[in-house]
Structure formats: C-alpha cells, structure tokens
Design a protein around this ligand. Structure first.
Ligand code: C2E
Ligand code: MG
Ligand code: MG
Length: 576
C-alpha cells in the first residue's frame, strides 16, 4: 500500500490560501504517496524537524519570523541532509541561484505551480539529494570496506577536535596496522586479501560505538577516532579489545587465517593541538608498538620523537656494528617435557650498542633487512653459533642441537646452501648438531627454490624448524612436503592457552597433527606453570620460555650446562 512508503513532506507556509493549494494538489488520488505536515512559522518548522524525519521540505521564502535565503540556512543547520524546495512570490533568477547555492534543491514560483510541477520538483529533489549523497559517499569512503577514507578521516578528526576543545573533552586517535597481512596477500592472492580486510573492518566496527569513526587509510592501515573520551571510557581497554578481536582466526573460503594488529594511540589535547600533530604522533606510537613486538598497543609519549630521531642514527651506526664487534649472541634453552633436561639451545642476536646498551632484534633486524646487511650479519650469527656449539661439545657440555634463526633474505640468496656448507666445514660442527629456524611465510613464498635449498639442507643432515607456527597459515601440507623436523608453536597461542578462547584448541590441534606427521613439536614463550601443565597434558615434546629460562649469555649458558651435567637437575634462571 502506498502509505507504507509515503513521502513525508514538511510544508513551511504562513499563507492559508497557499497551504490549501498545496494540500489540494498533493491530495489528488495520483499523489496518495505524500504525507503532508504544515508549519506556519520558522520556529514551528524547526520544532517539527527536531521531532520527525522528513524526506523533503517545501519552504516559503517569506514567513512571519524569517525572510529569504536565511530560512534555507536555518533549516539546513538543523537537517543538513533534507532536500529543500523553495517557494517564492517573485520570479527572480538571481534569487533562484542564491537559493540553490544556499542548499535548496529546487525553486518554484507561486502562482505558476501546477500539480505536475510540484510533484516533480519534490520527487527530483529527493532523487538529486540521494545521488549527491552517493557521490559524496564514494568520494569519502573506501570502496572495499565502506569505511571512511583518509580525507573523511581528517575531516572527522578536525570536527572532533573542535567539539572536544569547546567541551573540554578528549579525543583518541588509534593508528592500526595489521601483522602478517602482506604475506597473506602475496601468497594467497588479492581476492582473499580483500575479503580479509572486509572482515577485519567489521570486527573494528563491532568494537567501537556508533559515534566513533573507523577509517581505512590504505593497504592494511586503519585508524579509529574515539570521541567524548571521559575517564570511564577507557581507551586502553578498547585497544586491547580490538587486539583480542583481530587475533581470533578468520575463516575465509577454505583458509583459516591468523593476523594480529599493532596499535599506536595519540590523545587530544595531551599529545597535540592540531590534526597533523596528532596523526604524526599516533603514527610514531604505532611504529614503537610494532618495534616492541606484535599484538600490542602503545600510547604516544614525548620521548618517542626523540627515539625516531635516534632511529636514523641507529641506521647509520648499524653499518659499522659488525666490524666493531658489537653483535653478541644470547642462548635460550629448550627443555624436554618429560625429563625437564635441556635438549638444545637457540641462538638469539643482540646488538651491544656502546651507549644505548643491549638492543633487541625487533629494533634492528627490520633495518638490517631493509639495508641488505642481514645476509652478512646472518652469516656471522651462523658462524658464531656453530663455533660455540663446537666449543661446548668439545668441553663435554654439548646438548642436542644449536638452533639459528634465518631471515627470508638469507634464504633468497642463490648459493645459500653452499654458504651453510662452508660454515659447517670451517667450524667443524656436526651437521646433525645444527637446526635452522625459518618462518612459515618463507615456505609458501617461492616454493620451488625454497624446496631446492631445504632439500640441500636435508641431504647435508641439517635439521629444519618452523618458527612462530600458526601465525600466518595453518600450512600442514607444506610441512609434509618440506620434510620439516621441528615445529615451534607461536608464543601468541601459548600466551592464552589457559584462557577461554580458541588458542587452547588451536594449540591442541597443532600438537596432534605434528604427532601424526612425526614432527617434533615445541611450545615457545611458556611463562607460567598453568601453561606448562596444559602443554604437558597435551604431550608437547619440548618447552621453551621464561618459565624455565630467559635467553642468557654464552658464559651463563656454560654454567647451566655444567650444572645440568654434574647434577642432572634443571634450573630456573634469569637472563636478559
Ligand atoms: P623467535 O625466534 O621466535 O625467538 C623467540 C623470542 O621470544 C626471543 O625474543 C625470546 O627472547 C623471546 N622469548 C622467549 N621466551 C619467552 C617467554 O617466555 N615470553 C616472552 N614474552 N618472550 C619469550 P628476541 O630475542 O627478542 O627475538 C625476537 C625475534 O627476532 C626472534 O623470534 C627471531 O625471529 C628474531 N631473531 C633473533 N635472532 C635472530 C637472528 O640471528 N637472525 C634472524 N634473522 N632473526 C633473529
Ligand atoms: Mg626462533
Ligand atoms: Mg618464535
């Protein structure tokens, strides 16, 4: 029935004759879809607008309490999206143009209006308004996710800041970057990548309030504006909620994908007074969050700018770090689940900076990868770790294998297997005492040459471990194909195994499938007794983590190995 989608018209007209005329024209049987509400003054009209939604306003230009273009602006300020058709007594082209400029959609001259003209003007103004909205929407939104784009994000932030300034409130800007997105996009294709981004957007929207703005700034970069921040609205809690939501697996087509996100936060007015400063500071905080490890949030602090200046220095100092002997290896043991004895060590790189002290790999490995020095430094790591293992073995302290982390850049070197073979022969290490750790992503990218290199390692007798397993893909098919020896379940799962959520189920599944495939399975990042008990119950093979030992210097490790040898007891130690 027509009344179900009646077009609601607000007629603002003080002349009873004109009101009657419009009523008559719109009351024709052919116009049964119109629903008319009349106001005789601007004041009445404003009240009516605040109480009802109208599809269109038919506005007289001369009212007892308002005259001319002013009437349009007043209505617009209350209902910016409602189309307006003005009615005026004079035929005046300049006035018509001004009315349209002020925001009217159409213009009718009283005394010349007939039914057809009137209904057309009403219909067209609504259609034109819709079209205009669509175009504005397209110009302001990201096509893929429907979220605000960078332009709209800036406008909203400007608006939010000016409102907050007047009301003495705060605004928070969250800059968010997805972890692992690029590798998923590269290896599984854009179609999957796009679907993933849409799902991610929905999760963001579910986490924030209606009044907050979620924007996609490009690629896998997002931003959220949280308005009306009061003490009770806890920004940190929202950030953690977002991280938690994004770390839940995504089911896309046949894939189960794991992504995480890092968040940088800047607050108005604490971290800046204007849009550009706040955006820059949120970005700086994001950089810090990423450098400190995945899946966390960071609030901007004044020292961070200092740090980003220092970042530049680090880059140039890094070039000399190798020749200045500033790199050191620390060692973190892995323990047997049943006997609790050390089954092997992992070599972890640290940069012993002359002024800044010990710098952790997250802060400089990305830089080494960028400036190409990673191959050279990686070669040093391999050599040093092998030498150390030989020293320990010669001293009768040898345990299991020494594990060395590899960067994708190293694996991409054409003759990398030969470089490894050279290190083996130069250091005299038994190939069976060396394990190379690589990440899942490396297996999926460029499968053919990776296969050739890994097969070469196999035939030398070197073992292969997959590090951080579960964070990119659950690529069990690759494990079989590549003859993987060891699989290390990523810390992000272990961290939550004792809580409600999918981590316990995923960890159990990874352990079960590894057993089926005859692959040795290690849990990394074990910090608590609860986690240890869960993993023991699930029959994981080996345990690594702060609960047993942090990474320690070679000297400390030597003591630990010595004590284990002489007393057959495992120790809990504190390291770096
Ligand atoms: P990874 O290979 O997964 O190493 C484990 C990281 O987790 C280490 O951080 C270790 O100190 C830390 N960790 C160990 N147990 C626990 C725990 O119980 N709780 C927590 N929260 N953390 C724990 P680190 O040394 O900062 O190394 C970070 C990453 O840097 C490594 O992750 C590895 O991917 C990379 N890396 C380290 N050394 C090298 C290297 O020589 N070459 C390359 N290419 N990458 C390296
Ligand atoms: Mg590792
Ligand atoms: Mg790891």
């Amino acid at each position: 029935m027509a009344w179900q989608k009646a077009t609601n018209i607000l007629l603002v007209e003080d002349n009873p004759g004109d009101v009657r005329l419009v009523e008559l024209m719109l009351n024709q049987p052919s116009n049964s879809g119109f629903q008319l509400t009349c106001s005789n003054t601007m004041a009445e009209a404003i009240t009516a607008i605040s109480n009802n939604g109208f599809d269109v306003a038919l506005l007289d230009m001369s009212l007892p309490d308002g005259e001319g273009i002013e009437n349009i602006t007043r209505i617009k300020s209350r209902a910016p999206l409602m189309p307006i058709v003005v009615m005026t007594g004079r035929e005046d082209e300049d006035f018509a143009i001004n009315a349209v400029k002020a925001g009217a959609q159409d213009y009718l001259v009283k005394g010349q209006i007939d039914e057809l003209q009137l209904t057309r003007a009403l219909h067209y103004s609504i259609e034109r308004k819709n079209l205009q909205e669509q175009i504005t929407h397209l110009a302001n939104h990201d096509q893929l996710t429907g979220l605000a784009n960078r332009g709209l994000f800036r406008m909203r932030l400007e608006h939010a800041i000016s409102c907050a300034g007047r009301r003495d409130e705060s605004v928070a800007v969250l800059y968010i970057d997805l972890d692992h997105f690029k590798s998923i996009n590269d290896s599984l294709g854009h179609a999957i990548g796009d679907k993933l981004l849409s799902e991610v957007s929905s999760r963001f929207l579910e986490t924030v309030r209606e009044i907050d703005t979620v924007a996609r700034l490009g690629g896998d970069e997002f931003a959220i504006i949280l308005e009306n921040i009061t003490q009770t609205y806890n920004v940190a809690a929202i950030a953690e909620k977002i991280i938690e939501k994004i770390s839940q697996p995504f089911h896309i087509d046949d894939h189960v994908l794991h992504v995480g996100c890092s968040i940088g936060i800047a607050l108005y007015p604490h971290c800046g007074q204007d849009v550009d400063t706040i955006i820059n500071n949120a970005d700086t905080a994001l950089y810090t969050a990423k450098a400190n490890g995945r899946n966390q949030h960071q609030f901007y602090t004044g020292e961070m700018n200092q740090q980003s200046v220092e970042k530049l220095n680090i880059d140039s100092e890094l070039k000399d770090a190798l020749s200045n002997n500033e790199f050191v290896l620390h060692y973190q043991p892995k323990y047997d689940r049943i006997s609790g004895t050390i089954t092997g060590n992992e070599a972890l790189l640290r940069w012993n900076h002359p002024e800044k002290g010990l710098i952790y790999p997250a802060n400089f490995i990305p830089l080494l990868e960028k400036n190409g020095l990673i191959s050279e430094v990686g070669q040093w790591v391999l050599e040093s770790a092998c030498k150390q293992q030989v020293l320990w073995e010669d001293a009768g302290l040898g345990v299991g294998k020494i594990a060395v982390n590899l960067s994708g850049r190293q694996l991409a070197q054409r003759d990398f297997n030969n470089l490894v073979a050279d290190v083996i022969s130069e250091t005299g290490i038994k190939p069976g005492s060396l394990e190379l750790e690589l990440t899942e992503t490396l297996l999926i990218q460029d499968t053919h040459s990776t296969m050739t290199i890994l097969n070469a390692f196999k035939s030398m007798g070197v073992s292969i471990a997959i590090d951080d397993f579960g964070t990119g893909y659950n690529s069990f098919s690759y494990l079989k194909k590549f003859l993987i020896d060891t699989l290390k379940i990523d810390q992000s799962f272990i961290k939550h195994v004792t809580e409600q959520g999918s981590e316990a189920a995923i960890t159990t599944a990874i352990i079960g499938l590894s057993k089926d495939l005859g692959i040795n399975v290690v849990a990394e990042g074990v910090e608590t007794l609860g986690q240890l008990e869960f993993l023991q119950d699930k029959n994981v093979d080996e345990i690594q983590g702060y609960y047993f030992s942090r990474p320690v210097t070679a000297d400390v490790m030597e003591d630990i190995l010595f004590q284990q040898k002489s007393s057959d007891v495992s120790y809990q130690v504190n390291g770096d």
